[in-house]
Design a binder for this molecule. Sequence first.
Ligand code: HEM
Length: 153
Amino acid sequence: MKAEQILVVRQTWAQVMPIGDAAATLFYQRLFEIDPSIHALFHKVDMPAQRRRLLDAVGFVVERLDSPETLAPVLADLGRRHDGYGVKRVHYETVGEALLWTLEQGLGDAWTPTARAAWHAAYSMISGIMQRAAEAPDAPRARRVGETAAASA
Ligand code: HEM
């Protein structure tokens, strides 16, 4: 990511943080509205704790956007865990859409085309690393019955 974009992501995230829990609530509402089937993935999840984990994770990433070598292994692990939660490639698109929509609601006038492009770049980077790790041949996922190691690679 470009340095100016990292700066914009940090500045706008700092603006959202004071209303973090409300923003995270709005995010999950929007996510389940766009794709109600996603609700099933969260049926046993403690949502107040999940909102905190999401905010912490995004905050962690936003602080380290200028240090991709630190981020990559952390995001790869997160991506592999998400494979275990049943998260599929298409879900990343929906989450990205809900995230950008939520930021737009929270930021109002500060949601400029520049801010949108910067967040789009950040989310593409984050979700790309997570998805590639989840889909890597050595990802620890269960093989389907009858599937050979070669076919799963
Ligand atoms: C930028 C992308 C994402 C980030 C930063 C993120 C962050 C997190 C974090 C920090 C957790 C807590 C558990 C852990 O650390 O493993 C979590 C759990 C979870 N995430 Fe994500 N996530 C992302 C994308 C997604 C997507 C695309 C979905 C699918 C709709 C999803 C569904 C879930 C579910 C279902 C759990 C709960 C797992 C459980 O406790 O059973 N996440 N996420």
